[in-house]
Design a protein around this ligand. Structure first.
Ligand SMILES: *Cc1c(COP(=O)(O)O)cnc(C)c1O
Length: 217
């Protein structure tokens, strides 16, 4: 199933949600086509692939890293990555801060929370994150800006379950937003091709959509 870029944008704009076009595995030409229609935010889940695409494509693209990230890979994108959605531990935040400082940049990050009922999805346990924030261990970095939360729902047709998972992520987001030491909190990244409407209903303001736009991978 595919949807036109225009109709997806119309829907998202009406609902105040930002589109991250997930271009992983897709070639440069496909990305350029969407760029020519006006899209400027693209998401990738592998650092090397993203770096190659960054080199080949217009420099006003905002590249978002959405995939699980190892600390030793951060250096390959520190000079250009715009936002990292998949920050799931303190040490990683620290490394991103250090790399951003090397390039005299500020990198936006989202804290990925584990909301799915699956062992395969990574992310913070919310209670651990809440404690980390309460201990003021995340507020003092100069070169990262903690912009919000990201989560992936369980891969299932059960809308009730997915809705409940999105609802809890929204609740966590609201709770952390009200904390004063996270000043830049404004982004809730949830929803993909199969569940973005439900996600938007539950308060998402950033969706990560690949196959719906580009076709199956
Ligand atoms: C691949 C991916 C997406 C997009 O998935 P689609 O179902 O193709 O829209 C969104 N988020 C993450 C983290 C992904 O890895």
């Amino acid at each position: 199933m595919k949807m036109t870029y225009e109709s997806l944008q119309t829907y998202l704009t009406a609902n105040n949600a930002i589109l991250v076009a997930v271009s992983k595995t897709k070639p440069i030409e496909t990305i350029q086509e969407l760029y020519d229609k006006g899209q400027r935010i693209f998401g990738e889940n592998r650092v090397q692939e993203m770096a190659e695409k960054y080199d080949a494509l217009p420099k006003d693209i905002a590249w978002h890293m959405i995939g699980h990230l190892q600390k030793n890979k951060v250096k390959y994108m520190g000079h250009f990555v715009s936002m990292i959605h998949s920050v799931d531990n303190l040490k990683l935040a620290e490394v991103i801060n250090k790399e951003a400082a090397k390039h005299d940049r500020v990198i936006d990050i989202l804290l990925q929370i584990k909301i799915a009922n699956e062992d395969t999805k990574s992310g913070w346990d919310y209670k651990d994150l809440r404690q980390t924030v309460a201990d003021k261990k995340l507020g003092h970095y100069q070169n990262i800006r903690i912009r919000g939360l990201m989560g992936m729902a369980t891969f299932t047709d059960n809308k009730q379950q997915v809705g409940a998972e999105f609802a809890s992520l929204k609740r966590y987001y609201d709770e952390l937003s009200s904390r004063s030491n996270l000043a830049h909190f404004d982004t809730l990244s949830m929803g993909m091709s199969g569940d973005y409407e439900l996600a938007v209903e539950y308060g998402s303001n950033m969706v990560r959509i690949g196959s719906l736009l580009f076709g199956a991978r």
